[in-house]
Write a protein that binds this ligand. Structure first.
Ligand code: URA
Length: 226
């Protein structure tokens, strides 16, 4: 892959910002090994970062939240599902995808041959945007180090982005769903597949056939039989 000078500068700046954000969360990198990780389990690395999230007041979403919805699942998950942000049910319970969209996500996970506990589920923002609006860029930016830490530590074999907000924010682009689906992207070397958000599928059940194709792509990457 050849890069022009501007692309190279952008890449270096992104890398610098990533390392700085990880450092703020207490993750020290040496080369591409995190020093703090030496001898520590994934849970031991993530737990202090989760505590920082629980106390986070970096954006205005902190004002109205009832919970910080950190995420849940196996830290050895082969696949991490990334949604947009907590809704009312999630804000009340402090867990991701527990409302109606969550019920559908559970079915999608089961259809793939997993139990919910075997995968990991997180969101772009950890606090509920008022009226379930799409999170603002400054809110996404404030929360991004937490998701970066989760994905970096878990190192899934594949990331499944649920909806346009999740996919675009992971990739740092602004593309329509039509361009995001049906392709395998990469997030820091980890394959990433985008599919419809379960809430969209509840409103548009006919899109479920396409969503299943996306999930099959995820299963393919995992080398699972369909
Ligand atoms: N929608 C999301 O994007 N995330 C949740 O956790 C719940 C609903």
């Amino acid at each position: 892959m050849s890069m022009n000078r501007q692309e190279l500068i952008t890449l270096i700046e992104q890398g610098k910002r990533f390392l700085e954000s990880q450092k703020r969360l207490g993750i020290e990198w040496i080369g591409f090994r995190w020093d703090a990780a030496a001898g520590k389990s994934k849970a031991e690395i993530l737990e202090p970062i989760r505590f920082k999230a629980l106390a986070c007041r970096a954006c205005t979403l902190a004002k109205e939240r009832r919970s910080v919805v950190w995420g849940e699942g196996s830290l050895d998950a082969p696949v991490v599902f990334v949604g947009e942000g907590p809704g009312r049910d999630e804000d009340e319970q402090g867990r991701p995808f527990v409302g109606r969209a969550g019920e559908l996500l559970n079915k999608m996970i089961k259809a793939m041959g997993f139990q919910r506990e075997q995968v990991y589920i997180a969101n772009i923002v950890k606090c509920r945007p008022p009226m379930n609006r799409v999170p603002e860029p400054d809110e996404v930016a404030a929360c991004h180090p937490f998701l970066e830490a989760q994905l970096t530590v878990i190192q899934p074999k594949v990331i499944c982005a649920l909806g346009r907000t999740a996919a675009n924010n992971l990739l740092g682009i602004d593309a329509p769903m039509g361009m995001l689906r049906g392709r395998v992207f990469e997030w820091r070397g980890i394959p990433m597949v985008a599919t419809f958000h379960p809430a969209y599928l509840l409103r548009n059940p006919s899109a479920k056939t396409d969503a299943w194709k996306d999930l099959q792509k995820v299963m393919n990457i995992l080398g699972m039989k369909k």
